[in-house]
Unconditional design. Structure first.
Length: 273
């Protein structure tokens, strides 16, 4: 019996964090591979950071999470993965995504990474193979080849022996992108990957994102730039602590939605969007 058939045959109620229950909906084969987010919410102490988010994220499309500062963009990504406590649930293949992190490559904001850690570029990217290899086991020739290919793909193979603390911001972001590639994940999540990087690196990063989407992966990117770069995204999730709109780029980028999200503070977004 296939996983999808097994899911349909065993339809049941799913208990999510904070005793939130949802009825498993019988998915089509296509929907089975979506991330389905239901009633996702987060409180930081008494402050509501995210309220009742309901949307889907599809494979094969580059999805951006957008909104003003403090809108809950990073919080949504972390809540999906179970990295912050919250209400609601994110499902993937009929199970809670937070219980399937072996299928996820997550790259946090650069400000959350200790760049003084004594590791070389090669060491950092090889860390992406730990889940496949196991702790305290030697890396295989296959893993070394995967890491080499990942570094070459982002143009960082020549820097493999350099300490990560000696790299520029753009180079550091490429290294963590290579580490994500080395994980061979099904789902790729990036939190503000374009902050503090150069245009050349931005082009490299978007190229890899688009290649991953073309390969049928789920690619989710937290971003705040409503300029030209927004045209690279297929789907958008627009937030301001609650869901303003979600769907295709053209569906989301309306004057009404942008006003609702930004309160009239939007000065520019690309006409090409």
């Amino acid at each position: 019996m296939s996983p999808l058939e097994n899911l349909i045959a065993n339809t049941a109620r799913l208990s999510a964090p904070n005793n939130f229950n949802i009825e498993r909906v019988l998915p089509t084969e296509e929907e089975y591979y979506w991330i389905q987010i239901s009633h996702l919410g987060v409180y930081y102490r008494t402050q509501e950071a995210l309220s009742d988010i309901n949307c889907i994220i599809k494979p094969g499309r580059l999805t951006g999470i957008f909104g003003p500062n403090g809108a809950g963009k990073s919080t949504m990504l972390k809540a999906m993965l179970g990295l912050v406590p919250g209400n609601g649930v994110a499902l993937y293949q009929g199970e809670q995504l937070m219980k399937q992190l072996d299928k996820v490559a997550y790259v946090p904001q650069r400000s959350q990474i200790d760049w003084t850690y004594p590791a070389t570029v090669w060491d950092v990217v090889m860390m992406g193979r730990v889940k496949k290899t196991g702790w305290l086991r030697n890396f295989s020739a296959v893993s070394r080849r995967i890491v080499k290919n990942a570094l070459s793909r982002v143009g960082m193979m020549d820097y493999r022996h350099r300490p990560i603390g000696q790299l520029s911001g753009g180079q550091q972001q490429r290294v963590f992108l290579a580490r994500a590639l080395a994980q061979e994940a099904e789902i790729f999540c990036f939190d503000e990957p374009f902050v503090g990087i150069d245009q050349k690196t931005q082009g490299v990063v978007f190229q890899v994102f688009q290649e991953l989407a073309a390969a049928g992966k789920i690619v989710v990117v937290v971003n705040h730039d409503l300029g030209e770069s927004i045209t690279h995204f297929d789907d958008l999730i627009l937030l301001n602590r609650e869901l303003v709109a979600a769907g295709s780029r053209n569906h989301v980028l309306t004057e009404e939605n942008l006003y609702h999200a930004y309160g009239g503070r939007v000065i520019f977004f690309s006409d090409a969007a």
